[in-house]
Design a protein around this ligand. Sequence first.
Ligand code: ADP
Length: 949
Amino acid sequence: MKASNLSKSRFTLSGIIKNRSLPKVLFLYLLIVIALLMLSLAQIWTSQAFKKSSIESNKIREEYIGNQKARVMQQVIGVRDYIYYIRSHTKTKMRNKLQERVNEGYNIAMNIYLENKGKHSDEEIKAIIIQALSPIWFNNNRCCYYIYSMDGIQQMNPLASNYNGKSRLGFLDKDGNDHVGNELRLLKKKNDGFVDYRTTSKHSDDLSLSKIAFVKKFDPFNWYIGTTDNVPDFESDIKHETLERISHIRYGKEGYVFVNTYDGYALITNGVLKDPPINILSGKDENWKKIFAVELEAAHKPEGDFYTYKFRKLSAPKNSAKASYFAGVPEWEWILGAGIYIDDIEPVIAQKKADFDRQIRLNIFKVFGLMVFMMLIIVLVARYISKRTKESLNHLTQFFNTAKTEYEAIDPKLLYFDEFQAIAASADSMVAERQKVKIDLETEKSLLRCLIDSVPDLIFFKDKDGKFLGCNKAFEEYTGRKEAEFKGRTDYDFFTKEQADKYAKSDAEILQTKKTQRTFEWIAYPDGRKVLLDTVKKLFFDTKGNSLGLIGISRDITEIEETQNNLTLAKEKAEESDKLKTAFLANMSHEIRTPMNAIIGFSDLLTDDDLTRSEKLDYSVHIKKAGESLMNLISDIIDIAKIEAGQLQINHAACDLDELLNELVGTYSEVISKSGKDDLKIRLLKQVGVNGLVIMTDPFRLKQVLSNLVGNATKFTEHGHIEFGYLMKDAETIEFIVHDTGMGIALTKQKDIFQRFSQVDNSNTRKYGGTGLGLAISKHIVEIMGGKIWLESEPDKGSSFCFTLPFISANTGEIAENHIEKVITDHDWQGKTILVAEDVPSNFMFIEAALRRTKVRLLWAQDGRQAVSMALQDMSIDLVLMDIQLPELDGYQATAEILKIRKDLPVISQTAFALSGEKEKSLQAGCVDYIPKPIKSENLIIIISKHLF
Ligand code: ADP
């Protein structure tokens, strides 16, 4: 139903107009325009045709009247010319007629003569001739033959028969001429001829008549035959004859030529010769009289004239309008006239107009037919153009529809008009160009998208209403949502109202001020991660500079912030460390100089020969203590260096804790008593039920930590007591405590004292010596052994240093072995030879002194090369004591050279390098053992004895 309505509406006018299809509208409007054009043309042409018809009627009328007038004028002029012609030839005609008549008479006479000659006598013949010719009259019986003999004797003359037989010579005419004498004179010269003369008229003596005679010799009787006529009478005949002719002239429907005389006689009227003529002037017809007056006036004009009046027709007695032309013939005093009846024209014109109108109607019909045919052609052409246009437009539309998504070149052959082909070519190149631009744009877009997504910064774009237009991957990750979820939504859809308000306010400011804004803000990711964002927001514009919205770029500067914080911290630490190092150097100077002072001072005193043995011993003890103090300091420094280098190693062994604590109590009781602190007591803490523990740990390092803590307690406590011991914290942890009632440590300092070089009192005026390394080393050792260290302290009340260690129970047998090793000190190495490779003489001398009681033979090589050659040459050498740092060849190289030849020769390395794993290196080089410097004589003997036998 709907479809049918639609299709119906398509073919209605409103449907087509609403449809607005170019071909249809083109077709429809073309049709309307053509129809209107043709109607207009027809209307114009018809009105023009009828106007033309009216003009034509007038023209016809004028032309007709003109023609008729010309015709009547021509008739009149023709008649007048004819009259003039007749008149000018009157005499000639007269002569010809006279000559013709005389010749006839002559012929008659000659025939008679010839017929009668010989039959009759001349006289008889003459009488016959006279008898034959004398009754002949002609020219209205005015004329006859006369015969004269050549001597002037009248033979015959019917007009004057009384003169027959008499001479006519000497009869004179009006001018005094001898008429017959003149004829004879002429005939003496030639056979015939004319003779003019004048005589009086028969009718009037007053009038002298001009006369013409023709004479011809008639030789048989010496006669001449002649005749004569007077000119006026001949002329009168001619006029009558002329009127007779004129009266028969007819032209047109009722046209005739009329003739009046100047004196008012109508010679021909209504086409009829009037004889006698009608006297107009004496008649009753006043109208005619009036007309005559005008006629006369016109006749006196040389060119004649027209005059319109009313006169009766030939066919009807009724007067009709008539236009006549009048011309005069003055010689004859005639008025010639001819006219046309004007009312005769109207039917003619009406007929002509009817013919013309019929012709017009026929033409209109033909033109309409032609127009309809043309319209049909135009409609067909328009339909063709419309159809082709529609097809072309359909192709173009299809092309443009396809071009929205893909590029496919349009085939110009499918389009019918050059214009469409030109449009197609332009559109083709435009779409191709657009396609290229699109591809470029897509490439750039993809590149840009890739760039935006590759950027770790959060990027988002909003329109001016704060609605998101898009974002990058980093932003998606931050918000935990996809870009599609953002598009068209605002901050209020994703953030708390407080946050969204803040963002909206900042966006509004940017839009208003057009200034870029930068903010720093901590935000939390959905996974709980917190990051510091450095956000820049600014407007973005279209090509004309109109702002389209704003773009925001947020950079995660958490790491930078942390790095900066760390740097600040590091800087502060470095500055602190610098301060500590300065203090450390000052301490160090003090800590080194103090024992060095004792060593140098007492060594100096020992050179005095006056010293007693007891004094020497005392001095030596001081020197030894100072040396040990110095050695401890160096050990601490080396430990710190090892800690920093990550080389501090733990060597686990069984450790009897009670034994260790008792040893420390002994050591530090002695220290306290030597320091003169009488009010200070030192004792062990005992946990009830816990004793005799042997654990697996690094005994050396545990002792180092406890010594340090107890040593500090001893150092910083003036009176009261020092308690230390251990307790089982739980089944797996053992806790050590060193408590004192000393000066204590302020809370603010407590966290720092485990730092290297840190001391509560860093000033030069401090009361207690020390390097500030002990607690740092202790902390590291405890932690490396799997425990932790802390303190509780109150200034002036005392301190408790605690640390834990994992509890690993150990076998007590291992301890006994070590113990035994230490106690064997009596050695006799007589007969044995030891090669000592040592470049420093004092060191060799020490070794020599230390081993003197063993009675061993010592050989001394002062560089590596010498050591090698001696070891290889002297096969009595049982052992090599190899210093590592040697000239020429170092200890490792020399050892390697020696062992190449003497594989079984034990080499023991001795080195002052404490840091870089000298023991391991020595063992790797083939040494059987390792002795660190400074060498203690007991240790030296123990180690050598292990390998000498
Ligand atoms: P040193 O004792 O060589 O100066 P330490 O690292 O062992 O170095 O100690 C650092 C500092 O901690 C000491 O200088 C001291 O000020 C403080 N200290 C350590 N133990 C105690 C203690 N038991 N009582 C008071 N102060 C202490």
